[in-house]
Design a protein around this ligand. Structure first.
Ligand SMILES: Nc1ncnc2c1ncn2[C@@H]1O[C@H](COP(=O)(O)OP(=O)(O)OP(=O)(O)O)[C@@H](O)[C@H]1O
Ligand SMILES: [Mg+2]
Length: 504
């Protein structure tokens, strides 16, 4: 039996380097039974690396690991699992072509007389999912599920191993409000059963809701550990960034120009129904709505990533035909997509190649060769503008911390001279300070007379940055608010205007 408040994990003086990066420098960390410990820090601070060491994924270069009082010498994922450590990764780690149940039982499949016991696994998986209150059939193929559903499967998978030490690396970045409530309910009940939970998130409002203590890291070092009851979020933020953030939502005023994008009667599939919208040069328009309202689908249909069933696009007064992303890019309309791993990055290519790839037309000369000078300048500028934390631009993009990968996705599109830039959840997984950098970039585009359209699930961000807000529900636009009139309540009201099933 674990005593509450007993220290169950003790990491002391942990050291870890990757080529060119000292990721962890003499970091000590403790976790008690029956607590939720928030692990905070800017992108690249070393949070995921520390937790990968605790779960045996990375070997440590130095320091000691003690779990349930037992010093761990050689340590690996198998030992970690045997000690009751489970991790929910920041990046989705599902096998896309396997079913939900197969993913949950991956590596420890149930068998009967040496044969996979498919129906038993399905039944077991159904039980686990039921406990989480998630309505997903265990025999569905994971690749066909929305990101939020995949994330819930990942959580179910970790919970199915009856972990005593549960690490959640940004578990809510793709979840709906209801799913987050369910998850918090589960976290609290696991905590009451005596589990120790490490909770990593850049959504600081979640931290005050769920965490008992917080540890802050900066530049690979441990800065402080505090009880949430005797500290404020403001104080934690200042420890994270090492300075005070003056303005969380910098807003710039600029003259609104001519209409730059006009979308009329756009239809695509079930989630894009009769969309009419316009965007002016030098204007930032936010698209609000609940998860599943069709916001991503609208951005994809506009940019030709999904086929349209009808509708007209006018850019700079000219009607354009967009049947593919290439058509869209040529017309000066670019999309910075939501799911960076699937649509945003080539994970096996370097940071340089990722930034250069969509810009080869601008980087190459008459003979079609890339001008390396131009390329280097473009990459350097992107790295500097967004403060991407890297050792060298030649490194694989998947060696970057999660938030820094997101910055690469954003930067590769900003390097172009576009007329309209559409962002889908641009600040997901990005730390407080870097969020401000992204807002500055949006403002910079606005000043240059670009039209900016952005989808966001973070209400304060929409209210803080947009000049005008469009609200969607059920694939339709249900409301539009100039910023002066917008409030959270009004947005929620429009976001929940579901059509009654009878008329649908
Ligand atoms: N496999 C790897 N190879 C090379 N460098 C790595 C690798 N994993 C992490 N790093 C580097 O180690 C540092 C810490 O990264 P880590 O992923 O732990 O940050 P993080 O705090 O989790 O950030 P985020 O909030 O963005 O997820 C970063 O500079 C990162 O680029
Ligand atoms: Mg991380």
């Amino acid at each position: 039996m674990i005593k509450p408040t007993e220290t169950i994990v003790s990491l002391s003086h942990i050291d870890k380097s990757f080529p060119g990066v000292h990721a962890l420098d003499d970091v000590s960390f403790e976790l008690r039974a029956g607590e939720v410990m928030a692990l905070l820090g800017e992108n690249g601070a070393g949070k995921s690396t520390l937790m990968k060491i605790l779960s045996g994924i990375h070997p440590r270069d130095g320091g000691d690991i003690t779990i349930f009082g037992k010093p761990q010498g050689d340590y690996n994922t198998k030992k970690a699992r045997a000690m009751g450590v489970a991790i929910i990764h920041q990046e989705l780690n599902m096998c896309q072509h396997l079913t939900v149940a197969e993913n949950i039982f991956l590596g420890r499949e149930l068998t009967r007389s040496g044969v996979l016991a498919q129906s038993e696994m399905n039944k077991e998986a159904e039980k686990i999912l039921g406990r989480l209150n998630i309505d997903i059939a265990p025999d569905l193929v994971v690749g066909d599920l929305a990101v939020s559903k995949q994330q819930m499967v990942e959580i179910a998978k970790a919970l199915s191993c009856s972990a005593k030490i549960l690490i959640m690396d940004e578990p809510t970045s793709a979840l709906t409000a209801k799913e987050i409530d369910d998850l918090f309910r589960i976290i609290r009940s696991l905590r009451d059963e005596g589990c120790g939970i490490v909770y990593i998130s850049h959504r600081l409002e979640e931290i005050s809701q769920i965490a008992d203590r917080a540890t802050v890291m900066r530049d690979g070092r441990h800065i402080i550990t505090r009880n949430l009851s005797d500290t404020s979020l403001k104080e934690l933020i200042s420890y994270m960034v090492g300075r005070e953030i003056k303005e969380k939502f910098p807003r710039v005023a600029c003259e609104k120009g001519k209409t730059i994008l006009k979308v009329t009667n756009l239809n695509a599939g079930r989630m894009v129904r009769g969309i009419n919208l316009s965007l002016a040069a030098g204007e930032i328009v936010g698209i609000a709505g609940l998860m599943g309202a069709g916001r991503t689908e609208v951005t994809r249909a506009i940019c030709g990533a999904d086929p349209k069933d009808g509708g007209e696009l006018i850019v700079d007064g000219k009607k354009i035909n967009v049947n593919s992303p290439e058509d869209s890019i040529r017309a000066g309309v670019v999309l910075v997509p939501e799911d960076r791993k699937r649509h945003g990055l080539c994970v096996k290519l370097s940071i340089r190649e990722n930034i250069a790839l969509p810009n080869l037309d601008e980087l190459s000369g008459a003979l079609g060769y890339v001008n390396p000078k131009k390329e280097t300048a473009m990459v350097d500028k992107a790295v500097k503008d967004l403060r991407i934390k890297l050792s060298t631009a030649e490194a694989n993009v998947d060696s970057l911390s999660g938030g820094n990968q997101q910055k690469v996705v954003v930067s590769k599109w900003l390097a172009r001279n576009s007329r309209v830039v559409i962002f889908d959840e641009p600040t997901r997984g990005i730390d407080v300070a870097a969020k401000v950098e992204i807002y500055h970039l949006m403002n910079q585009l606005k000043r240059q007379g670009v039209g900016v359209l952005f989808v966001s699930s973070e209400m304060p961000e929409i209210l803080g940055i947009a000049d005008r807000i469009i609200v969607m529900c059920d694939g339709r636009i249900t409301g539009e608010l100039p910023i002066e009139e917008a409030t959270q309540e009004k947005i929620m009201d429009y976001a929940t205007r579901f059509e009654s099933k009878a008329t649908a």
